[in-house]
Design a protein around this ligand. Structure first.
Ligand code: UFG
Length: 324
């Protein structure tokens, strides 16, 4: 049995689906503060908060848990700047609770949702796992605190973990059963699709004077199904008794600018909409592109849906489903 915290959220729900389709049984532990009940179509849902240590203990008592995949976290950079304490509490302290209960029940396999935000403003591109870790916001800081704790637990205790540093998760389940559904939405692709569907009058580009060919920020958009596949491979990696704890970047290795994304959305949706140039958003690095060679070599992971049009196509299908 695999415990999937945050399995009602965007990335967690896609992993939960893949685990069930691959023969694993799952329990989703989610307080539904950001996630959606409808997204848990596989496995059992426990609606509870990780700060409730007794409840976490009860789940471990009642189920034979082999491994934990930990998605439950707040993930808005802007919100983390407004309320840093909330991020340290939810993302760090609740993870600490979870790890303590795991230790009590001798569950030693842990897969952690980490982030490119650990690298802050990178000094070199593409970004390997060896790049300097220098988060520039409390969200990234809270995730780095967990990674540091995991390293200590693994160096000095029985824990074996894999930390997966996601770049920009995008797209939706190809069967269109689940997808991205944040409220409020802050991510580029769903916001552009909101403009295409008429939910907003225009899309704003936050800065067109970056050091990139078209002046807009470049990001590495990785399809959520490819992320899910990396989790499955990370679990299989940890099931091999002689494999050590490890850390992997997950990106598709190609960068797309904000303007590329907008143009591709216009093409995929066949809708024209207004585009405005606005001030830069604080804390946005010019370019974030992953070097995911290590995940390729060790996990034998290879992203399959790497074409931006295909990624946006899947997001658009889902976007229409939940908005029309
Ligand atoms: N952007 C716009 N207009 C918008 C929204 C976004 O121009 O309305 C731009 C941003 O400025 C940025 C790019 O689109 O240049 C992508 O922005 P997102 O908010 O979609 O994603 P981020 O790259 O900011 O964030 C992602 C993850 C975070 C993670 C971060 C690491 O969503 O969880 O990468 O840098 F922390």
């Amino acid at each position: 049995m695999i415990l999937v915290t945050g399995g009602a959220g965007y990335i967690g729900s896609h992993v939960n689906k893949l685990l069930n389709n691959s023969g694993y049984e799952t329990i989703v532990f989610d307080n539904l503060s950001k996630g959606h009940k409808y997204a848990v179509k596989w496995g059992k849902l426990v609606n509870a908060d990780l700060s409730d240590t007794e409840k976490v203990r009860e789940i471990f008592q009642e189920n034979d848990i082999d491994a934990v995949m930990h998605f439950a976290a707040f993930s808005s950079v802007a919100e983390s700047v407004e309320e840093p304490e909330k991020y340290i509490q939810n993302n760090y302290e609740n993870t600490l609770n979870l790890l303590q209960v795991m230790k009590e029940f001798r569950v030693n396999k842990f897969i952690f949702s980490s982030t490119a935000a650990l690298y802050g403003i990178p000094k070199s591109i593409p970004i390997t796992e060896e790049n300097e870790l220098n988060p520039i916001n409390p969200y990234g800081e809270s995730k780095l605190m967990v990674e540091n704790l995991l390293k200590d637990e693994s160096d000095f205790g029985p824990l074996k973990y894999v930390s997966l540093r996601y770049f920009n998760a995008a797209g939706a389940d190809l069967d269109c059963e689940i997808g991205e559904d944040h409220n409020p939405e802050t991510h580029l692709i769903p916001l552009v699709l909101d403009a295409a569907i008429g939910k907003r009058g225009s899309i704003s580009i936050f800065g067109d004077d970056y050091a990139t060919p078209d002046g807009t920020c470049i990001r590495d958009y990785i399809h959520v199904n490819d992320l899910a596949d990396a989790h499955l491979k990370a679990l299989q990696y940890l099931e091999e008794p002689f494999n050590d704890s490890n850390i992997f970047n997950l990106g598709n290795g190609s960068g797309f600018s904000v303007k590329d994304v907008i143009e591709t959305c216009k093409k995929v949706t066949d809708v024209d909409f207004d585009v405005k140039i606005e001030e830069r958003r604080p804390g946005d690095p010019d370019i974030l592109i992953a070097d995911s060679k290590k995940a390729g070599e060790i996990l034998k992971w290879k992203p399959e849906i790497t074409n931006l049009e295909d990624i946006i196509e899947s997001a658009w299908k889902w976007h229409k489903k939940i908005n029309l």
